[in-house]
Design a binder for this molecule. Structure first.
Ligand SMILES: Nc1ncnc2c1ncn2[C@@H]1O[C@H](COP(=O)(O)OP(=O)(O)OP(=O)(O)O)[C@@H](O)[C@H]1O
Ligand SMILES: [Mg+2]
Length: 394
């Protein structure tokens, strides 16, 4: 039996979102649809999810004391991390005390550290992934680059959205690249860096994989284009042959089952010469998966909420369209952004989602354009990009 209470009453089923960005906002909306009391937390006020939640709190989620105080005060039924910058040791302790961390504190802890998840996947699960070395100072960094060879890709051990990342073709910019990893590293683990073999892949996908009471389910593969480590366009379905798809499903299932817990996982895979190579995994909805807001009967957000509540998924149906998303990035620095477009821009099969971020700075993702096409994926992507460009930010 599944029981859902009434928000703001003593019977309430309560979800606490740790991280309140655009993905959290959609999770909050799905919770609201089910009458779940939603508590949005982040390090700044009025973040997107806070604008649609019942309650909002501003704390430093890397601080164990602050995090525990809030959780013990609110006593949520489910704690749903939306970002990686959270004290995962605190989540491990809270889970031991009986709190439900989505999908599991183990999954959250393992995946936020590039070395932990990579060595687990490569060495324990024997799944192909890029070769890598770790360095915690500049001398070792240079030594490891020599070992792996050029080109290689350098990333802070803990970071997301491409922060602190560089592709190296030679030693020319070595100091600059090292400084970038140090500057854009997540505060508490200052200097460690991962140096990865560069995979010259044919294409990359996000395979959204749902772990639920009624087993493992897959969304059809999402293709995407990244620039500076951050996504620009995503589309669904990505054309992919049956053998690769089967192999991708097998890899994703193996990883997701070993991470434990119910929820959606974004499994990032590279496809090269018909081989599937693991990149990384997010134990939560994925930014490239925003396209599922128009492409599927249940979006990745709905699937996440259903699965952690213990509701069976049944089957996921795709609408009969080619679908794409294109990001709207801020072109200015402002705390009072306006989006200007002619009404003709929003014609049939084009949708716009604005996240409601109060602080705009150049390059920050502020919204997306979604497009549907009966013609082709290429057409859907083109339409989304054209309309995203027609929005003038002032
Ligand atoms: N070893 C690699 N070889 C080739 N390209 C890579 C490699 N690692 C990463 N990339 C490229 O850089 C992109 C971002 O890398 P990655 O997913 O590791 O970064 P991230 O900071 O965790 O990003 P996000 O949080 O947005 O997923 C990848 O989607 C891929 O396009
Ligand atoms: Mg990634």
């Amino acid at each position: 039996m599944i029981t859902i209470g009434t928000p703001l009453c003593s019977s309430a089923t309560r979800v606490m979102l740790l991280g309140s960005g655009e993905l959290g906002k959609e999770i909050a909306i799905e919770c609201q649809r089910l009458g779940i009391e939603t508590i949005a937390v982040d390090r700044y006020q009025n973040a997107p999810a806070m604008q649609v939640a019942h309650k909002q709190y501003v704390i430093n989620m890397l601080n164990e004391k602050e995090l525990c105080m809030l959780i013990n005060q609110e006593k949520p039924n489910f704690i749903v991390p939306e970002i990686e910058a959270i004290s995962t040791t605190t989540l491990l302790k809270l889970e031991k005390k009986g709190y439900k961390i989505v999908p599991s504190a183990y999954a959250i802890d393992l995946t936020m550290n590039r070395e932990k998840i990579r060595s687990f996947v490569r060495n324990q699960l024997k799944i192909p992934a890029a070769k890598y070395y770790i360095a915690n100072n500049k001398i070792k960094f240079i030594e490891m680059i020599k070992k792996i060879g050029f080109p290689c890709i350098v990333k802070p051990l803990m970071s997301s959205s491409g922060k602190g990342q560089s592709v190296l073709h030679n030693f020319d910019k070595i100091n600059e690249v090292w400084d970038k990893t140090q500057k854009e590293n997540r505060a508490h683990i200052a200097s460690s860096v991962i140096i990865e073999e560069f995979i010259n892949f044919d294409f990359e996908i996000t395979l959204l994989t749902v772990s639920a009471v009624d087993g493992i389910h897959f969304c059809s593969p999402i293709g995407h284009r990244q620039k500076n480590g951050d996504y620009r366009e995503s589309w669904q379905p990505q054309e992919i042959n049956d053998a690769i798809k089967k192999s991708a499903y097998k890899i994703a299932k193996k990883i997701v089952l070993s991470l434990k817990g119910y929820g959606i996982f974004g499994v990032e895979l590279f496809i090269k010469n018909n081989e599937v190579i693991f990149n990384e995994i997010s134990p939560r909805p994925h930014d490239t998966g925003l396209v599922t807001l128009i492409s599927q009967d249940m979006s990745q957000f709905s699937l996440h909420v259903r699965s952690f509540l213990g509701i069976p998924i049944g089957s996921i149906r795709n609408h009969n369209f080619y679908c794409a998303s294109s990001v709207i990035l801020s072109t200015i620095n402002s705390n009072n952004i306006k989006f200007n477009f002619l009404k003709e821009v929003l014609k049939k099969d084009i949708e716009i989602k604005l996240f409601g971020k109060q602080h705009g700075f150049i390059g920050r993702r502020l919204g997306i354009v979604l497009s549907k096409s009966n013609i082709s994926i290429k057409h859907a992507i083109k339409q989304a990009k054209i309309f995203a460009k027609k929005i003038v930010i002032t």
